[in-house]
Unconditional design. Structure first.
Ligand SMILES: [Cu+2]
Length: 235
């Protein structure tokens, strides 16, 4: 994973490490058990008097119990982290994301903080966010299954037509990276990427003001040309 720019991403990283460790332990346990069973079967075939299998059965049971408890613990840890993160705060910056073959459209609510109004700001494959801010996203798809994934913010939301997927995170550090589609969604799936930037508040405001100015000019030159997609924010 790339460097984490979010405030809660370390929780996901920790879960990933634990689940990788458990998977490795599980694989090692079953491989060693298999080796032991083969060894014992061969020994038994060559021995005239078979030895008792009690110690190995005991070890096998103990190992299995440890792993089962590890998996339960992992599930509980995932649940408690989810609960600790909770729902997005009411002051979160809201962004609508429309996935389509093969691009990402982003919609910001603009100064009135309401979606579906003339001051909405839209971008194509270009997501910029201010640092130190909670960001709440709703993701929809126009055509087929898509997986919205921002690795450096540890944010994911899988969607398909009819489903509004949600994700939220808090930006903690400035930086730049990419977002990608994680679902094979057609011929040009590999092109379905976008730029992501976490900017200082001044840089973000400057960028947003520039976009609003551009859109005002475009709307004045060609009324009704604004992109028509978008939805009322779901509570
Ligand atoms: Cu896709």
């Amino acid at each position: 994973m790339p460097p984490d720019l979010s405030s809660e991403g370390h929780r996901i990283d920790a879960l990933l490490r634990v689940s990788l460790g458990l998977t490795a332990a599980l694989a090692a346990f079953f491989l060693l058990s298999l080796a032991w069973l083969v060894y014992r079967a061969r020994k038994r075939a060559s021995d005239a008097a078979p030895s008792s299998s009690a110690p190995s059965a005991y070890a096998f049971g103990l190992g299995l119990a440890v792993l089962v408890f590890g998996l339960i613990d992992l599930a509980l840890a995932a649940g408690s982290r989810r609960a600790a993160v909770g729902p997005p705060p009411p002051d979160a910056l809201r962004v609508e994301v429309l996935a389509q073959q093969w691009a990402w459209r982003f919609r910001y609510a603009g100064p009135d903080d309401r979606f579906g109004t003339a001051d909405d700001v839209t971008t194509l494959n270009d997501l910029r966010l201010p640092v130190g801010r909670a960001v709440s996203m709703q993701v929809r798809s126009l055509d087929t299954s898509h997986g919205f994934f921002i690795p450096m913010l540890r944010a994911r939301a899988d969607t398909y037509p009819g489903r509004t997927a949600r994700t939220w995170f808090r930006t903690a550090r400035e930086g730049r990276g990419e977002l990608a589609c994680t679902v094979l969604c057609g011929d040009a799936h590999y092109q379905m990427r976008g730029e992501v930037a976490v900017l200082s508040n001044e840089q973000y405001a400057q960028w947003m003001n520039g976009l609003m100015e551009d859109q005002r000019r475009a709307a004045a030159a060609a009324p009704g040309s604004a992109p028509a997609w978008g939805w009322s924010w779901l509570p």
